[in-house]
Design a protein. Structure first.
Length: 564
């Protein structure tokens, strides 16, 4: 089984932690957290952060909390919470009893806001959202103070209390931090920290009609939980001065140290939650767990293993600058992991009927085949052989090119683990001219070795017995987008969806040993790739397989790929 390197990783974040140990910052304590917003499913970019935060905690014998930053009820749901919890557990991480929610702290956060008002550091502003944006200024022009900025402490407390009591409509008032309207950092120009939102919360229902903004709740939640290292992606770098300001006004104890790292950008993929939601809601894909999606749920359904994802995250490491990671590296990690763990079997995706004319009528033989040629511990299986077989249509060519090593006129091939057969004739469809059946003969002396005359037969193809195989549907998944960096386009990203991202083959056949294959089980179909029994659509009387990854990288080249 493929394992993640057990040697302690090193990167600039761990170097900061090591320096903190030397100065005894936080008293030698390390506490991290993974704080997703429950407004969508986790994707491979989140997996990088999950592995980083939980990995640091494991490396230093520390703790890592799971916290749902659920401060915006309009887009959040219990479905997303449950999916996040399930995905992180599936990836192999455990937060023990440290599952928290920002909504756990709503009363405490409210009291923090009251504390700011009393200190003259926050005020109720009655400008509209558009007016607030207008007053904020630009990157080159300073902002202007709100006409409500000089409200008295008593008036602000009264209005904020009435906001909580539900006296005002959405958008009537907001609570803003009083910082600096001329700051070169626009984030610091009196940001909104509370707004009225009459939307039921999936946990608190209608108990609250005002909600803290993410920037206010996030850093204070870290402080409440006594997080030492608040690790986040680079887009939050400009927000760090605001987080530091908020915490400095309200927290007297040790304060979290925010450290930013480059988020994952993956080729032929988008990881924007907003754009992924669009794909789901506009039905460009079948759902969050569509095997073409970069979500953990989609990758799990496709057949990726948690070990492969963790190994990928270990390989890409942690950087300070954004870069585009080739998706071939992820596929390489999946392929390397499955090469060692997936039992071998045979399946025919585009069947061509083969009749062995000189094979005895009614006879069935069984061939003993290794489930994994490099791992005897995985055992063996018996594969039936009979007069009528199916082979891949691509394994026959009526006019074979040079160096073609498969079946054709005047040619012979070895059937994997069984006999050598030789072409005799073909049957074509009278209407289309398509080859629909081959007639061959077999050499019974070649069951356990080469022909008696010692000649070498180079071609080896896979097959299944027509009378003993199991029908199956096979879904061939490919990359969702046709351009390398769809996240960089400014226009409609759906214009770049790959029309060939899914090909469904309804008339496939697999070995009889797979008749009762369990959903989620993974196999290597010899010569074809790695496949997984679909966990959603496969039924006892209907086998559905998803192609996880091909045997070799067909898009890019990474050294060492293609073991099989």
């Amino acid at each position: 089984m493929t394992q993640v390197d057990v040697s302690p990783p090193t990167d600039f974040i761990r170097e900061i932690i090591e320096d903190n140990f030397k100065t005894n910052k936080y008293g030698g304590r390390v506490a991290t957290r993974f704080p997703p917003e429950p407004n969508g499913y986790l994707h491979i970019g989140h997996a990088k952060s999950v592995c980083l935060n939980f990995g640091i905690a494991s490396q230093y014998g520390a703790t890592c909390n799971l916290r749902l930053d659920d401060t915006d009820p309009s887009g959040e749901s219990l479905e997303y919470v449950e999916s996040i919890i399930h995905d992180i557990r599936w990836l192999g991480f455990d937060w023990e009893d440290r599952l928290f929610y920002a909504s756990d702290y709503f009363e405490q956060l409210y009291q923090f806001a009251v504390q700011l008002i009393k200190a003259g550091k926050a005020y109720v502003c009655s400008l509209s959202a558009d007016e607030i944006r207008e007053y904020r200024g630009t990157l080159t022009e300073p902002g202007r103070e709100s006409p409500y900025r000089k409200r008295s402490v008593d008036e602000n407390l009264d209005l904020f209390t009435r906001m909580r009591a539900g006296e005002f409509e959405d958008g009537t008032h907001v609570l803003r931090a009083k910082i600096n309207m001329t700051s070169p950092n626009i984030v610091m120009r009196d940001p909104v920290i509370y707004r009225i939102k009459r939307a039921p919360h999936y946990r608190t229902d209608i108990q609250w009609v005002i909600y803290p903004m993410y920037d206010f709740a996030h850093c204070l939640s870290d402080s409440i939980e006594r997080i030492t290292h608040s690790i986040c992606t680079l887009e939050f770098e400009n927000n760090r001065p605001l987080y530091d300001w908020i915490v400095a006004q309200l927290i007297a104890d040790d304060r979290p140290q925010q450290i930013e790292f480059a988020r994952l950008n993956l080729s032929y993929t988008i990881l924007s939650k907003r754009k992924l939601i669009e794909l789901v809601e506009e039905r460009y894909i079948t759902g969050w767990d569509d095997p073409r999606m970069p979500t953990i749920a989609g990758m799990r359904r496709r057949g990726y293993t948690p070990e492969a994802i963790r190994n990928f995250c270990a390989k890409i490491g942690v950087a300070k600058k954004e870069n585009l990671v080739d998706i071939s590296l992820l596929e390489y990690c999946v392929r390397e992991d499955l090469n060692e763990r997936a039992p071998r079997t045979m399946g025919v995706l585009r069947p061509l009927r083969v009749v062995i004319d000189n094979y005895p009528e009614g006879l069935t033989e069984e061939f003993e085949c290794a489930n994994h040629p490099q791992n005897p511990a995985m055992g063996k299986r018996m594969v039936p052989f009979s007069k009528v077989l199916y082979i891949e249509r691509d394994d026959f060519d009526e006019n074979p090119p040079n160096k073609y090593k498969r079946l054709g006129p005047m040619r012979e091939v070895r059937l994997r683990n069984s006999y050598i057969i030789q072409y005799q004739s073909m049957v074509k469809d009278e209407q289309t001219g398509e080859v629909v059946e081959l007639h061959c003969t077999y050499n019974p002396q070649t069951r356990n070795g080469p022909p008696s005359d010692g000649r070498k037969v180079e071609g080896v193809i896979h097959w299944v017995s027509a009378n003993h195989s199991v029908p199956a549907e096979v879904r061939l998944y490919d990359r969702l987008f046709i351009i390398p960096d769809p996240a960089s386009v400014e226009d409609d990203v759906t214009k770049y969806l790959n029309p060939g991202s899914l090909e469904t083959l309804a008339s496939c056949y697999v070995e009889v040993s797979l008749a009762h294959a369990t959903p989620g089980s993974r196999y290597q179909f010899e010569r074809l790739g790695y496949f997984c029994v679909d966990s959603k659509d496969s039924l006892p009387d209907k086998l559905v397989f998803n192609r996880i990854v091909s045997l070799r990288d067909s898009w890019g080249k990474i050294a060492g790929q293609g073991k099989g």
